[in-house]
Design a protein around this ligand. Sequence first.
Ligand SMILES: [Zn+2]
Length: 110
Amino acid sequence: MFFGLQPWHIAVIIIVALIIFGPKRLPEIGRWVGRSITEFRKGSQEMTSALREGMNEARDREEQANTIGKPAPAQSIPADDKKFCTKCGSPNSQDALFCNKCGNSFQAQS
Ligand SMILES: [Zn+2]
């Protein structure tokens, strides 16, 4: 859990409360502890659902960004602007100095 509130924490709180307030006020303390736990649970539930919603929104945005207006880098070079490697035949951009696949130097050949 987020705050790591364990049952023994509650036990410690009750014992400390007993020492401070004495057994006479125990029912009052019990009510207060019960209310605190309820509030805590409600709070952490709200927090988890809010967190989950936020994550879903972020994922949706990411998916949209991946599908809309983002050309694949490999296919973005126009066909007439390509320089094909003489060694492996893989397409490279016209101003490439080396083949991006096999590392063949284009400068040495021309
Ligand atoms: Zn090559």
